[in-house]
Design a binder for this molecule. Structure first.
Ligand code: PMP
Ligand code: GLN
Length: 381
């Protein structure tokens, strides 16, 4: 009999959400907002659900959304994008990542990854036959080491997979770091697969700068976004990829065998959403900044070592001295079962030999939910 493949683990987000539900815990593990995104966007989806379209949309995405993605690239980053040949709509950024890796990585190709890494990266690269080459950034600054990155690139490098802004570190890569990555991509003729799902969740006056905007990168970079993050509608699973036609063509071919399409009514609503005024995007970042500060203050007062958070909706904290267990996994088990608060162990974002003293809390929750979690932690600690 053929043995089944057992090399893919259950994602930590599913594991922790199940535990949170089983123990009635406040779920600050898996990253999702507890208030749905704008009502007008949901109304647009409801209208499109009733009026249609409800049949297979074009494989690349409905024209309105491809146009809206192209317009957003111009509006936010000054990138000129042809909506016909340079945009693909996917069922979430996760599918976009799978499509890009399936299309661009062949067996034996090396892929440079920055660790900690979002949890689907390693399994996807490995299942495509790629050889992951990991470069580690370390807390509290999570700075990229020039020598380590240079050493990771070689003539076997096919692509770098970059998550900026970065989950779970909440880091925004500096101009200097991005320039270094761009220089190495050009030097080694490598592609860049840029997971930029947190592009609009950037705080304290910082601006997101896509790697694609660096000199010589337009023709070798694909950029992934997610309506789930931008509009607080994570269950919709609408993502989009922008890139040069020569790369989008094989990526679209991968997409046709993975999902072929994404629900057309949701695509229409996201097209509408991307056109929202600057006030929406500023408001999103402002709301999250206040939540970040509320949770960071509370956690720090309880003895957590809260690391800086420039973006995303995650706070990573050191847990040394809190007596929560030997490892971050044990600490999260303790917290979910005994304190009634779910977090995620940061070791889940490493391929091997992870640091063990950090856990991640998600802060895109209503103030009263943040306060309830802090109360529970304070009673327990
Ligand atoms: N990339 C990163 C870095 C993420 O944190 C997430 C989480 N949602 C995704 C991709 C997946 O996005 P989507 O839900 O659109 O598939
Ligand atoms: N991106 C979310 C997180 O980091 C989880 C998404 C998922 O559950 N697949 O928590």
């Amino acid at each position: 009999t053929n043995p089944v493949f057992t090399g893919i683990d259950t994602t930590v987000f599913e594991t922790m959400s199940r535990l949170a539900m089983a123990h009635g815990a406040v779920n600050l593990g898996q990253g999702f907002p507890d208030v749905d995104g704008p009502q007008d966007i949901r109304q647009a989806a409801a209208d499109a659900l009733m009026a249609g379209p409800n049949q297979y949309p074009p494989m690349l995405g409905v024209p309105e959304l491809r146009q809206a993605v192209a317009d957003a690239n111009k509006r936010f980053y000054g990138i000129d994008v042809d909506p016909q040949s340079e945009v693909l709509v996917t069922s979430g950024a996760t599918e976009a990542l799978a499509d890009c890796i399936l299309a661009l990585v062949s067996p034996g190709d090396e892929v440079v990854l920055i660790e900690p890494l979002y949890d689907c990266y390693l399994p996807l690269v490995k299942r495509a036959g790629g050889v992951p080459v990991r470069v580690r950034v370390t807390p509290p600054e999570w700075a990229l080491d020039r020598n380590a990155l240079e050493a990771a690139f070689s003539d076997k490098t096919k692509a770098v997979l970059l998550n900026n802004p970065m989950n779970p570190t909440a880091k925004v890569f500096s101009e200097g770091e991005l320039q270094l990555i761009a220089d190495l991509c050009r030097k080694h003729d490598a592609y860049a697969i840029c997971d930029e799902v947190y592009e609009h969740l950037v705080f304290d006056g910082r601006a997101h700068r896509p790697l694609m905007t660096f000199e010589g990168m337009r023709e070798r970079t694909v950029r992934i976004g997610s309506a789930g993050k931008t509009f607080s509608l994570t269950g919709w699973k609408v993502g989009y990829v922008t890139g040069p036609a020569a790369l989008m063509d094989p990526i679209a071919k991968a997409h046709q065998w993975v999902t072929f399409t994404t629900p057309p009514n949701l695509q229409k609503a996201v097209a509408y959403g991307l056109g929202k005024d600057d006030g929406y995007y500023q408001g999103l970042a402002q709301d999250l900044t206040a939540k970040r500060d509320r949770m960071a203050r509370g956690l720090a007062a309880l003895g957590f070592s809260v690391l800086p958070c420039a973006a995303t909706y995650f706070l990573t904290c050191g847990i040394d001295g809190l007596g929560l267990g030997e490892t971050d996994v044990e600490a999260c088990e303790t917290l979910v079962t005994r304190a009634g608060v779910a977090a995620v162990p940061v070791s889940a974002f490493y391929g091997s030999e992870p640091p063990r003293g950090y856990i991640r809390f998600c802060f895109c929750k209503r103030d009263e939910v943040i306060d309830e979690a802090l109360d529970r932690l304070s009673v327990f600690l």
